[in-house]
Design a binder for this molecule. Sequence first.
Ligand code: ADP
Ligand code: MG
Length: 395
Amino acid sequence: MKQKTILTAFGGASPEHEVSVITAHQAMAALSESKNFLLKPLYISKSGRWLTGDALLDLKNFENLKSLENMCTPCNFALNDFGLTVLREETKGFFAKSAETQIHTVLAAFHGSNGENGSFQGVCEMFNLPYTGSNVLSSAMGMDKVIAKKVCGSEGIPVVEGFDFFETDWAKNPDDFFAKAEELEYPVIVKPVHLGSSIGVKVAKNRSDLEQAIEVAFRYDRHLLIEKVISPLMEINCSVLGSGNSSEVSVCERPLGKEELLSFQDKYLAEEGTKGMAAADREIPANIPKKLTEQIQETARKVFRLLGCSGLARLDFLVDANSNQFYFNEINTIPGSFSFYLWKESGMSFPELLNKLIDNANEEHRLKNRQIQSYETNLLSKKAVTGIKGLKGTK
Ligand SMILES: Nc1ncnc2c1ncn2[C@@H]1O[C@H](COP(=O)(O)OP(=O)(O)O)[C@@H](O)[C@H]1O
Ligand SMILES: [Mg+2]
């Protein structure tokens, strides 16, 4: 059987760069168990360079990013002479021929901006490459906490009360926003709209806290969200796999943070630094009433469908522990560690999960390519162009 080249793409100009490196390495380790796949890494450095090479397959090399970059080869997507998309590696000599690798599927393992937000997915679309996970629009909606909440809220999915505003509006009249926040009543929570991993998220108990929290959050994003604080809070997550009309849902997890809200430390650094999201302290399956589990799982599938997602996602819910009222909080279209620990508990191994994700990417690609992509008309034929006035040489 011909081996399929899986291009694992990770890193990127994102505050979650390191977490992405861990997710990608966990996935490549799982994929390497199968003889069906040939693994090729595509690492995007923090400054945006596209690099490949075997040095990227050893996690130890990431301890010194500068020397790692020197061990790699710059690369990019290109169409070869046969019209096939390849990963083309730069060569040094003038006459040397560039190494080219034909890609079967791109395994997108980015977290956060510039990779999970639809931008990288757009590049794959331009090159007509099958890629895992959600498409451009769904990825972008998933990355925008305000849009995701608005779309879900408009379809009757419970979301926490709050409001959003831009830096330019805030600069003009901060008092308006203090007043709006105070209408929600303290404590409130301030969040950058496009970030993840709790970066820039802060609870404010009074006006001076609030002002400080807003100023800090604006360092990360021009668009902020302020919400009522759910307390006592219980967080419940679950993962959805598949596509809109046919999806399966994992068991629920209950992440357990030591701090007031789950921090970057709780999520990724609880044990050793190399386990990623799988290292965080959590209860799986979440020890909550069966009815609540089912309601959350059903809502997760509904949100996944509503946002047009495909592949895999982790959906995070906030639950008022007194009333068991739950709220959809956010969707992660490329969840840390691909949420493999949730699927393992649901009876699916990590390699099996990745196989399904790759199959899903190819099915989405096949369906997309089945539609008509171009028309056999030539609007720019000589006759048509002569009709356009004012252009040199077309009179
Ligand atoms: N409305 C809220 N009430 C109470 N805690 C919240 C609320 N929203 C978020 N949190 C806490 O803050 C953490 C980070 O917020 P979240 O919206 O998940 O952003 P991120 O994308 O950074 O993970 C959550 O995991 C939760 O612990
Ligand atoms: Mg979160």
